[in-house]
Design a protein around this ligand. Sequence first.
Ligand SMILES: NC(=O)c1ccc[n+]([C@@H]2O[C@H](COP(=O)([O-])OP(=O)(O)OC[C@H]3O[C@@H](n4cnc5c(N)ncnc54)[C@H](OP(=O)(O)O)[C@@H]3O)[C@@H](O)[C@H]2O)c1
Length: 214
Amino acid sequence: MRVGILGSGLMGAKLGTLFAHAGHDVTFSYSRSEQKLTRLAREAGENAQAGTPAEAAHDADALLLAVHWLRMDDVFRQVGDVSGKVIVTCSLPMNADNTELAIAHKSSGAEALAKRLPKARIVSAFNTVPSEVLFNVFASRRKATKPSLVFCGDDTRSKKVAAELIRDVGFDPVDLGPLRMARYTEPFALLVAQIAYEGTGGPEVAYRFERFGK
Ligand SMILES: NC(=O)c1ccc[n+]([C@@H]2O[C@H](COP(=O)([O-])OP(=O)(O)OC[C@H]3O[C@@H](n4cnc5c(N)ncnc54)[C@H](OP(=O)(O)O)[C@@H]3O)[C@@H](O)[C@H]2O)c1
């Protein structure tokens, strides 16, 4: 697939690199440093390039949205028309000082995004895992037992895309159902982050957390 990365920070840089290593054609975009985007593309290998958000979105089969909630207006102004686009969002609707969810309980960031971009195909994925563990999971992706990773959405095509990308990164994709399930996964993502960064077990605990079950 052609995957456009909107936001090339901790999540976007790592996931984009892994998508490129899994064989997808990746464009890194949206950073304050063009040099950083060029470096990321060079390090991710021959399947990757740097571009603007509009270039990342052009002909993309999927867009990974990995920006702070407050950057939403700016990034989509730069992207332009998103009609029919699959948008995989890992962005959490955090307040300015990252202390709490600005949208919660009766709605979610993913649902707010879908309302705001009604012609796009929104799927929520990757936000329940800390970026730190992603390379390790990818490196051990051929193991029989994979950590699971949840996703949710209302659009069949975007869910297929999300499941494929989740599998490529090394997780077992678990479809939770409709996009409104993000009301529960987004607070869960905060719990995972608290465990990872405030607890004693570090980010490793976080993906083990998703693995209860078989
Ligand atoms: N990090 C995690 O483990 C994690 C886990 C779950 C969910 N999330 C969610 O994923 C999203 C991204 O998180 P992150 O940790 O990857 O954030 P981040 O490292 O801060 O990356 C955000 C990206 O946005 C870019 N950006 C910020 N302001 C900009 C501006 N004015 N103009 C252009 N680009 C700008 C940053 O550019 P620079 O390259 O210049 O910094 C960076 O590439 C957030 O919504 C977060 O809640 C993160």
